[in-house]
Ligand binder design. Sequence first.
Ligand code: APR
Length: 323
Amino acid sequence: MNFYSHTPIICKSSQVTIIGAGKVGSTLAQRLAEKDLTDVVLFDIVEGLPQGIALDLMEAQGLELHNCKVKGTNDYADTVGSNIIIITAGIARKPGMTRDDLLKTNAKIVTHAAQKALEYSPNAILIVITNPLDVMTYLAWKTTGIDSRRVMGMAGVLDSARLQTFIAMELNLPPSDIHTMVLGGHGDLMLPLPRYCTVSGMPITELMSESTIERLIERTRQGGAEIVKLLKTGSAYFAPSSSACLMVEMILKQQPRLLTAAAYLQGEYGLNDLFLGVPCRLGCQGVENVFEVNLTQAEKATLNASAQSVQENIKIALASLKE
Ligand code: APR
């Protein structure tokens, strides 16, 4: 009698912890497992929620044909030995709410989560998704004191993917032909760079009118809000989880690509002591390199305004942690 199975049951050598088993966290757990990338520990404060999602995902394992374990927990001890910790915990944006409205509540949640998770995985790389993103990433780093290269925020991949989609829709071309670059804060002051956006090597400035580009840029800036408005409860989670999944994949597989992440700046772009979206090389060490691209005066002014807004919110958030 011949026994053969599609894939051997093996344990993955990597483990990723996702803190917050809400829409983004659970979809990310699904993507990581179903891409066969890594074992996942899903943590939440709500009892039963991460366990239920993990069990549901495991019950699909034989159908999706992956070999990753997903475990749900309310105990940080179960996250021990993780290679990457991803923080999605917090309150999601509601209609009419800006990202900055979330500042104080999420500051407490994110700093506590980062500290607790690193207690059990002291060598982990930290990816922050909770909004307001650039501020939360700074707090996670500042309150844990780990090497800044091991901390990054997920925003640039998402913002660039949104612009890529809008250009693809406008030109009726596949997104895979389109490369986009969006720098700056994950907010209304983000800095899409049309000069660095190309379609199969051709700058979009050659293919679209200025007013069309401006319309697509504005839609990208409002990309999160557009979805909040449509959903009415909650915010985007499919594209955010895809973006985080790509970052995890690059780190775990050690297949670096140049992409935008919120990275700690120490003089790059003339900015200091903040996390902001810049082109990076991500690898197993975390943010291995920050690339500086030439900016026009107007672009520099937008980046500076974005940085100033982030820094003001960092001050408010740090003060709120002492209240
Ligand atoms: N520790 C762990 N989990 C927590 C904590 C905490 N202290 N506080 C809240 N949570 C959990 C909630 O129980 C919930 O399951 O965080 C989860 C958040 O999930 P959702 O409300 O579904 O939010 P989601 O859409 O996943 O967005 C999460 O990502 O894109 C950002 O703006 C978004 O900041 C938000 C985050």
